[in-house]
Design a protein around this ligand. Sequence first.
Ligand code: UDX
Length: 431
Amino acid sequence: MKVTVIGAGYVGLTVGACLADLGHTVVCAEKDRARLARLREGTVPFYEPQLPEIVRRGLGGGRLTFSGVGEDAADQSQVIFIAVGTPPSADGQPDVSAVDEAVRVIAPHLDDGQVLVLKSTVPVGTTDRIEAVLRHDTGAHRAVACNPEFLREGSAVADFFHPSRVIVGTHSRAAAEVLTALHQPLECPILVTAPRTAEMIKYASNAFLATKVSFINEIAAICEQVEADAATVAAGMGSDPRIGPHFLRAGIGFGGSCLPKDVRALAALAREHRVTPSLLEAVLRVNDAQRQQFMEKVEAALGGIAGKTLAVLGLAFKGGTSDVRESPALDIAGRLLAGGAVVRAFDPAAEEGAAETLPALICCPDAYEAAEGADAILILTDWPDFESLDWKRLRKRVRTPVVLDGRGLRVAASAIDEGFAYIGQGPPKAR
Ligand code: UDX
């Protein structure tokens, strides 16, 4: 099948390259000329494991090409995915101007055999609105569908090839058949719904994930007061299949370009329809509070942060990505700098983005350089590498052996063995 993907960002590039890897002929259209040039060379402009080799395989095999977002971008494609950004606007609802612009450019060139698919996360009702716009502008019915993505940054390729479900929201039988055929090889449940239902599944899924994180963070706060071990509580809860073990790791909270934005958007939608989003607002409040609670732990452990040197391990919003959008780690690093601390930071992939936001960061090539002369080590991103640090080596670099773990990693025993005071969920631990 010939496919066009408009928008070669985190989602569009992954979807386009993986569809090409499945054997389809894919054109990825990107309006940013600099990014387009890098993509044509086979360079992926962000950290995403496995994606570079898939992009290069598609380019080499002639199944993946990159173009500008011109009128011809959708020519001869049976399916046109719109995967452009929908960043939050002031009222909490996503800004869909890039989606509308993409539709405006290709609408005159759509014929009735083509299916236009919204892959971007869009407010409930957008697919129906665009279908009506197309009918008005072209005078003919055009098949439009919503096909939300559930790709996690850092495991997007694996999530594409092994989805737990595919959601197709459309009124068009033809669109449903084409998208079902396209996703058939992924061998997972394919749920065809009305467009609004598909759009809501996306928001409700992300909002529930965020709710689980804020829930376990609130439970961890209670555990700390009653001397229960939060990680063990999470394990005990998660063994119930109705609860599940995932998204129950307490820490400094959720970030990224999706969960915070989608919870805010859903709450805004609720208010717009005079439904009080009590739970969604609580999820956001609890999440925001995690950062301040962590800052208070740092202040208490050091007797204040002004003039102190802190080694920050992790700047990305989670391990496995270079993305610092709404990163709790970056937020805390900024609060430390604002409080007069010197911040020596290391992140395996996110330093460039972090340094743009916080030029005062002292970016270090590894954790051991970051620890040089530090009054404390702060673990703020769950990079797997941080669970195998050499604490004997770190002990020789720090000024005082204190580690505050904001992500509940498995480091306490190793750090304590080397003489560190470990502060995480629950009472401080030391040898
Ligand atoms: C999310 C959804 O998982 C994905 O389905 C959707 O398509 C896009 O948004 P992503 O934003 O990449 O994916 O991150 P995710 O893995 O969901 O983590 C979100 C945040 O929650 C991260 O900041 C992470 O550190 C935090 N988190 C996650 C926790 O604090 N505790 C957990 O137990 C799990």
